[in-house]
Design a protein around this ligand. Structure first.
Ligand code: HEM
Length: 414
């Protein structure tokens, strides 16, 4: 069968239905491959570990030209590593991997985050209540900027934290959230371009080997340094997603409230359990809904034709909630990851395949380490959860807890 016949364009439906869009379509059209239309193109949606391997084969799916402009202008930035293919991608990706996967560096960032968290908690104890989703971005902004050598003045943290959250919050909507995200990205790109210029000209100094230093000196596959705009985009591609881990920490508050028995186990500083908890947070709660690329050539998937240039979508949320892959997918159960580490192409909240050859997120070790450091700290705090709107709408892209998760501190327990 080919994708030849006209199908209604589903872009509006994709935005309106959010995370449920592809799972709903699949329920109505069972089979290995879903055909639809988005952004004026034919689209084919897949899921499951075999589909992940198919999607991450560079001979099958390319990224150049695949990313919608609104996503580039808010979330990733024009010229970002996400949009590269082949040797150009490999060379840029090596830079990210060298910065983000060295265990000593990951531990160092986690140490900064723990310190910033402990400082923040002391101040929370003085206030009647705090909103976790407002506070954690500040903690992570301070930590990641100190670690990456991005200089911050004493009054800069709150505004930067709110700008970084806005860039993530505005990618999947057409309204004011989106326009704010575009505006803050432009402003923050200019700010970091200036930093890169000052470091390159010797007017500012940063430690050798720091994130700012490495990006400022990086040479692309053509042997030339990154232009100042691309350097700023890639610097943001380290600090923005680190702050986005706040989404999962707020979700952790939600999980500990809904399933309080899990809190006891987390309180006792058991690292393997905290890591399993981090994996379950990333599986269970909604963040990246699906991933997309373009068919590099005419393809065939499980006896179905996918013509060149079709948009190929990997249904991340659907895969994480498929009962073909998970026992009781709608149960929050960290134990499922306790003795069995997640399969490379089964748990894909940050992409699948091999991170050194494909587009899988290079920040996964950092994400798991920060969650395993901060979530047990949250579990050890003594707080009450007042009445609030704890709903998480799957129609909102990206989803988030409506109230942001308000807590009333009894006393500091960190
Ligand atoms: C790529 C998710 C944290 C840096 C990605 C991708 C996803 C993702 C879905 C795209 C995979 C693909 O296109 O196939 C997340 C989530 C995070 C997170 C949910 C936690 C909230 C981080 C962190 C960093 C980071 C902490 C850096 C410190 C990147 C970069 C890429 C990427 C540079 C592009 C990789 C490439 O194109 O080769 N991430 N990420 N991410 N992520 Fe993350």
């Amino acid at each position: 069968m080919t994708v030849g016949r006209p199908i209604l364009d589903r872009s509006a439906s994709a935005l309106a239905k959010g995370y449920a869009w592809l799972p709903d379509l699949r329920r109505r059209n069972p089979g290995p491959l879903l055909r639809t239309r988005v952004l004026g193109r034919q689209a084919a949606a897949l899921r499951g570990p075999e589909a992940v391997r198919f999607f991450y084969d560079e001979d099958h799916v390319r990224r150049a030209g695949a990313m919608p402009e609104p996503v580039l202008s808010t979330l990733f930035g024009h010229g970002a590593v996400h949009t590269l293919d082949g040797p150009a991608h490999r060379q840029r990706k090596d830079m990210f991997l060298s910065l983000l996967t060295e265990p000593r560096e990951v531990a160092e960032l986690a140490r900064h985050a723990a310190e910033c968290w402990d400082d923040a908690v002391e101040a929370w104890a003085e206030r009647p209540s705090v909103v976790l989703f407002d506070e954690v971005p500040r903690v992570l902004t301070r930590a990641v900027c100190a670690w990456a050598a991005v200089p911050l003045g004493p009054d800069d943290t709150d505004r930067l934290a709110s700008d970084l959250v806005a860039m993530v919050d505005g990618f999947g909507t057409a309204g004011p959230r989106h326009w704010r995200a575009r505006a803050v990205r432009k402003r923050r790109e200019r700010w970091l371009e200036d930093l890169v210029e000052r470091v390159r000209s010797g007017h500012a100094t940063v430690p050798t080997g720091s994130v700012v230093d490495v990006i400022a000196k990086h040479r692309d596959v053509d042997g030339r340094p990154l232009d100042r705009h691309t350097a700023a985009v890639e610097l943001l591609n380290v600090i923005r997603p680190t702050v986005a881990i706040s989404w999962f920490i707020a979700y952790a508050g939600h999980a500990l409230h809904r399933w309080p028995h899990l809190r006891k186990r987390l309180r006792h500083d058991d690292t393997p359990y905290a890591v399993a908890f981090a994996h379950e947070l990333r599986r269970f709660y909604p963040f990246a809904p699906y991933l997309g690329g373009l068919a590099a050539t005419d393809l065939r998937w499980q006896d179905e034709d996918i013509p060149a240039d079709t948009m190929v979508l990997l249904d991340v949320y659907g895969q994480h909630h498929s009962d073909e892959l998970w026992d009781q997918p709608y149960a929050f159960d960290p134990d499922r990851f306790l003795d069995v580490p997640p399969g490379r192409d089964e748990l894909i909240p940050q992409g699948g395949g091999d991170r050194s050859t494909g587009h899988r997120c290079p920040g996964e070790d950092i994400t798991v380490a920060l969650l395993a450091t901060l979530v047990p700290r949250l579990a050890r705090l003594d707080y009450d959860v007042p009445d609030q709107d704890l709903r998480i709408s799957l129609r909102r892209l990206p989803a988030r807890i409506r109230s942001g998760f308000v807590l009333e501190m009894a006393c500091s327990g960190a």
